[in-house]
Design a protein around this ligand. Structure first.
Ligand code: ZN
Length: 272
């Protein structure tokens, strides 16, 4: 009788343990499947446009940018697509993308330009590098000059050279973790006239430190206000002049500057 009661309690205990185990299994399954579904949902989608039939240094830097942003997308849960087909700059192909990149070129046809204007005027995002922001009297795209904050290409140093940059605003999400100044890898720096800083809608984030002047050998910049990274606050956009490495010095080799590149895409992509 006593023995039967003990074995009954043991049996009861075992069945409780089984129930607990199956509940635990269900709970773990729910937790796991929930985590899986969160990981499968990208935060936003990016489409990078670039060209392979432009200056070789611009192509090399675009390839480095693609590798950098693909790795960043894998770590930060966003989708990163790329194309050399600029005809994809149209309303229906742009629709899925929260943000587009121009790595080393800009659109040439009226149709592509019109599609870009519409995309940006309706809340699209843009991150442009180096020659992507280039414009002069031959470009004939006034909307784009305004979009760039009025900045028109004026001059550049040659060859590409490293430079000390200073961070104008260390409270902005794109530049928050950066030091007050840093030494950037070699780049062909563009001087703009007028400087976009004169535009009230422009917020300059990074500038070439005047201590670099004179900079260049064949083409020498001797002075002037040279903003390197800025946003036109009328749009969800950032322009960054980096994009022309040389002599084996790679634009995407500096951890400080790479933080700036990462911050820019995440800020543009995650903005409401
Ligand atoms: Zn260049």
């Amino acid at each position: 009788m006593k023995q039967a009661a003990v074995s009954g309690r043991i049996r009861h205990g075992i069945s409780r343990l089984r129930r607990f185990r199956s509940l635990l299994a269900v709970a773990l399954l729910l937790l796991f499947s929930n985590k899986t579904s969160v990981a499968q949902e990208p935060a936003f989608k990016v489409l990078a446009f670039y060209s392979t039939d432009v200056e070789p240094d611009h192509v090399h830097t675009a390839n480095d940018a693609l590798a950098f942003y693909r790795a960043l997308a894998a770590k930060n849960n966003f989708t990163f697509d790329s194309t050399t087909d600029w005809t994809k700059l149209n309303e229906s192909d742009l629709k899925p993308y929260r943000l587009i990149l121009w790595l080393n070129n800009f659109p040439q046809t009226p149709e592509q330009r019109a599609a870009f204007e519409k995309y940006m005027e309706h809340g699209g995002g843009w991150l442009g590098f180096h020659v992507a922001g280039y414009n002069d009297e031959t470009t004939k795209w006034p909307w784009f000059v305004d979009f760039m904050g009025g900045a028109v290409f004026y001059s550049n140093n040659w060859p590409p050279l490293p430079a000390k940059l200073y961070v104008d605003d260390r409270a902005h999400p794109v530049t928050r973790q950066l030091p007050a100044t840093y030494d950037a890898p070699a780049n062909e720096w563009y001087l703009w006239k007028p400087s976009p800083r004169l535009n009230k809608s422009v917020h300059v984030l990074v500038t070439l430190d005047p201590s670099n002047y004179p900079i260049g050998v064949k083409d020498i910049l001797t002075g002037g206000d040279l903003p390197v990274v800025w946003t036109n606050t009328k749009y969800r956009m950032i322009y960054m002049n980096m994009g022309h490495g040389a002599n084996g010095e790679k634009i995407y080799s500096d951890p400080t500057q790479n933080m700036l590149f990462a911050n820019a895409i995440l800020w543009l992509g995650n903005q409401k």
